[in-house]
Design a protein around this ligand. Structure first.
Ligand code: AHM
Ligand code: MG
Length: 327
């Protein structure tokens, strides 16, 4: 009782929260906790880079290098470097799948966990000072530790995730994650350099009035998508689309809404990637009482066949996703 009261008190620091809740993990050896801390630490570094993004040209013009000796680089590449470094130093991760690399990266063969990550999502918003995000999924490896990574470790379906989360670099920076026991959101306090619990046990409204879709592609949507969007408009729904998946998802989770990236003429399987964009948000959505499908099937049941596989994505309030799927 006391434990759960502490674990859910608003204002508790992320590190303490992770420690207090460690016994909820199926394998409570502390490595998953450390891994989550590594991700949080890397996200603080990325947050710092994101916050000075507009200064990069100025600093570049001054010929400056950052503390690691790297010359200034594009933010998404930089974010990939930051997360890869943090995860390889920690030692808990045996393989890393990233949007930024064609193949997976072997890290520590003795590590128990596989990570799929989109280090900085929302590429069209990076240079224009609009919210962007990091998305991650954590899996436990199937093959024995200390042996080379195998396909079965890499291509796991979403139901196998042991944890997933995202970082939203927005008007404030937030880290939201689940280990399969509900969803908790933490807000970053920059002057203290720490995340604090601000959104305990997040629940997505069952129904909502916001739809988020790129209607610029509407002429090539399937009739089912068009008819659902017509239904939304006829019923006084409101359109909100930032073009950063994490930001659109986060708003809809708090307010009630649906995000759709359907198949289009340009992207026959939709645009978004199953392994490091959709699965993590599907896990969080379900843990918060929402739903995620490809229009028909549950996202987390899809067996991946390639690392960068795309999938149509419908995610958000349960009733809205069900209605869109049956339109
Ligand atoms: P990215 O991985 O190149 O950043 O693309 C993913 C992003 C999502 O964040 C966003 O929801 C979607 O692409 C927007 O796509 P579009 O510009 O086609 O609407
Ligand atoms: Mg992306």
């Amino acid at each position: 009782m006391e434990q759960s009261r502490i674990a859910h008190s608003i204002g508790i620091a992320l590190d303490r929260f992770i420690k207090n809740n460690q016994e909820q993990f199926q394998y409570a050896s502390g490595e998953l906790s450390q891994l989550l801390r590594d991700i949080a630490l890397a996200s603080k570094v990325v947050n710092r880079e994101v916050n000075k993004a507009g200064l990069i040209d100025i600093m570049g013009a001054m010929g400056s290098q950052n503390s690691g000796g790297d010359s200034q680089q594009k933010l998404d590449v930089l974010a990939n470097i930051r997360f890869t470094r943090a995860l390889s130093k920690g030692g808990e991760v045996c393989a890393l799948i990233s949007e930024e690399t064609e193949s997976y990266v072997d890290l520590n063969n003795d590590g128990k966990y596989v990570i799929a990550i989109d280090p900085l999502d929302g590429s069209s918003n990076i240079d224009v000072n609009v919210s962007i995000g990091t998305i991650f999924s954590i899996y436990r490896r199937k093959s024995p530790e200390g042996t080379p990574i195998q396909q079965q470790d890499i291509l796991q379906k979403g139901t196998e995730q042991v944890a997933a989360g995202y970082i939203l670099y927005g008007s404030s920076t937030m880290l939201v994650y689940t280990t399969g026991h509900g969803v908790n959101g933490f807000t970053y306090e920059p002057s203290l350099g720490e995340y604090f619990l601000s959104h305990p046990d997040l629940k997505m409204p069952d129904d909502g009035k916001i739809f988020s879709v790129n209607e610029g592609q509407a002429l090539s949507f399937a009739p089912s998508v068009t008819s659902y969007l017509t239904y939304c408009k006829q019923n006084g729904y409101t359109a909100r689309y930032i073009g950063s998946l994490v930001a659109d998802f986060h708003r809809n989770m708090l307010k009630g809404g649906i995000y759709i990236y359907p198949a289009t003429a340009k992207d026959k399987n939709g645009k978004l990637r199953l392994m490091y964009e959709c699965n993590a948000l599907a896990f969080i959505a379900e843990q918060a009482g929402g739903l995620a499908t490809d229009g028909k099937n549950r996202i987390m049941d899809i067996v991946p066949t390639t690392l960068h596989q795309r999938v149509p994505f419908y995610v958000g309030s349960k009733k809205m996703v069900e209605k869109a799927g049956s339109s």
